[in-house]
Structures are given as structure tokens and as C-alpha cells.
Design a binder for this molecule. Sequence first.
Ligand SMILES: [Zn+2]
Length: 122
Amino acid sequence: MGQPIKKPAERREVPQAEYFMLATGRFGKFPRWVFVCPQCGTKQTPTDVEAAGGNPTTQAGFSCIGRFRKDVGCDWTLGGLFQIHTVTVVNDDGTKFPFFELAEAGETSDVDQAKGGAAVVP
Ligand SMILES: [Zn+2]
């Protein structure tokens, strides 16, 4: 059925507090968190998303930076039909949100690196 879509090797559920603690431990306070788009692999922060015109709290880690600026990333969103994400964050009340993976400790945004330069081609 249809064209091939990347499938996650595994998908896990992580309590929100745990995900937030992990993110803060790696990157510091929230706007500095580095997410990885599951489709194109572009690393991006809430600050990047905001600078590009997106909402840092509701769209970072959920919609790729490429939805807000055309020179980087892709137009992937976890709100779409195809589900390729590997992390689902579970709220205290049991609500589940698909989320981008966090980058590894020490990794930085690809968008920062692209500032003033050529487009990032994943
Ligand atoms: Zn992307």
C-alpha cells in the first residue's frame, strides 16, 4: 500500500517528567533542548523553531523546522498520517504525545550551523 515510509525500529513510551529531566540534563533549560527530526535527521531547538516563526512550546519537537523555513529540514510533522517517531511522551494524566528524539549530549543544532551559510542537506 502506497510508497515506502521509514518505520521506527522500536517505539517506546517515556513519562513526561523523565523526558524533561533527560533533556534538561543534556542541554539545560527548555529552549536549548536539541531535537532530531525522525524524517530528515536535522537537529533543531525550540529557539530555532521560534526564530523561524513557529511556536517553541507546541511545535518544537513535533514539527520539523522545515515547516517554518524552507532552507533547512523538511516538512515532517508528527501530527500527520504516517507515524515514524520512536518516542511517545506520557503526561501525568496519561495523555500521550508523539515526540522527536533528543540529540545526544554535546550535539548542537544544525540550524545554528546553517545560519548565514548554505542550506543543510541531511
Ligand atoms: Zn525534518
